[in-house]
Design a protein around this ligand. Structure first.
Ligand code: HEM
Length: 218
């Protein structure tokens, strides 16, 4: 009788753990979706030549765009003064053309902040619900560092274009920003799969693994 009770208590804990893991996995998958959207917005930001339109980085207050003509004038003036891009490429820009490029860079950063919020709020909720074991906490910490790093790389990349010499951001820093974005989305997806797919259902196929390594190196 005692062992029966103990077994059902254990089974309860197991199914509760599985349920919590599923919830965490869904949260991470939402993150994967948002990161894919962010990569697309980043591509549009690049293709519209919008990357240098915001010449300062205010992680929190930067969410508020210029709200009146005077503030727009200031933002446009900073773009004119701080970028070779304006001097040599866009010196015929009107305020409305500037507002167009400003929107894409602002939207890209705003979406990054939104990803941060969608990460932090459930993160504290799951902490409160004790949904994380040690393994999950380590992976979440790595995810947090990758996310913060992605934003930092973004700003370091923008800074590479805030001078008289460069018309665009450095292509090396851009490549780092792009590849780190792919690592971030791949890690988040893998993390979610480790929580969604029970261990016993994971197939290991050495041949396929060799192929994967070859493709990655290639
Ligand atoms: C989750 C966070 C972020 C992700 C996943 C992300 C991803 C990307 C990607 C994939 C691109 C396109 C790269 C290419 O065309 O090769 C891009 C462009 C860009 N990102 Fe981000 N980004 C993030 C956050 C940020 C932040 C916080 C900043 C600035 C502080 C930033 C600044 C930029 C700029 C300026 C461009 C356009 C580069 C250009 O002018 O060509 N990004 N981003």
């Amino acid at each position: 009788m005692y062992f029966g009770l103990k077994q059902s208590k254990f089974a309860n804990m197991e199914s509760q753990r599985e349920h919590q893991n599923k919830q965490v996995a869904i949260w991470l998958m939402i993150g994967v979706g948002m990161l894919i959207v962010q990569i697309l917005i980043g591509g549009v930001t690049r293709l519209t030549g919008s990357g240098l339109s915001i010449t300062e980085w205010k992680p929190i207050l930067g969410l508020i765009p210029p709200l009146n003509e005077q503030q727009w004038g200031q933002a446009f003036q900073m773009y004119q003064e701080k970028t070779g891009q304006f001097k040599y490429l866009n010196n015929d820009f009107t305020l409305s053309q500037f507002k167009f490029i400003y929107f894409w860079e602002w939207f890209h950063r705003a979406w990054a902040r939104f990803i941060g919020i969608v990460f932090l709020i459930p993160f504290f909720y799951f902490i409160y619900k004790k949904a994380f074991n040690k393994d999950i906490i380590i992976k979440l910490f790595a995810l947090f560092l990758l996310g913060v790093g992605q934003g930092l790389i973004g700003w370091i990349m923008v800074k590479s274009g805030l001078n008289d010499d460069n018309l665009y951001v450095s292509h090396i820093r851009l490549a780092v920003h792009f590849i780190s974005a792919l690592i971030l989305v791949a890690f988040t997806f893998w993390f979610a799969l480790t929580l969604m797919i029970p261990q016993k259902q994971i197939l290991s196929n050495p041949k396929m693994k060799n192929w994967l390594i070859f493709i990655l190196l290639f």
